[in-house]
Design a protein. Structure first.
Length: 126
């Protein structure tokens, strides 16, 4: 059932790191992008794999999240795809191989969620 779910405290989540949390059965990632906390579903739109576990390792910097499977880059605040399947397992591949790595799937963005902060509590609207 859609609703507002507490996912943690500002002190725990506003540290520049990416955090995985369960919001009523939905796996999400929460991270700081600029001065704001942002949240997205913890599934890459390419193949539905985890954005936080994979052979390329967790890569998150300054609001940009990189898929550990196919190196797709996403803006966590907007969900926008910044680069679609440019490699595999943390390694960049030649430009000609991108269509092969993409497996015929067109670029798409992350599913994002509204984040609300009340006092020290952080809520996500699912």
């Amino acid at each position: 059932m859609p609703g507002r779910v507490r996912v943690g405290s500002v002190a725990d989540l506003a540290d520049g790191e990416l955090h995985t949390v369960d919001a009523d059965g939905t796996a999400i990632v929460v991270g700081q992008a600029g001065a704001s906390l942002c949240a997205a579903r913890n599934r890459c739109p390419h193949l539905g794999l985890s954005l936080t576990r994979g052979p390329g390792g967790l890569r998150y910097d300054d609001g940009t999240l990189v898929c550990p499977w196919h190196n797709s880059r996403f803006d966590l605040a907007t969900g926008e795809n910044l680069d679609w399947a440019p490699g595999f397992a943390g390694r960049d591949m030649p430009r000609w191989s991108r269509k092969l790595i993409a497996l015929g799937r067109k670029p798409s963005g992350l599913t994002t969620y509204d984040v609300e902060v009340e006092g020290d509590d952080v809520y996500v609207r699912i």
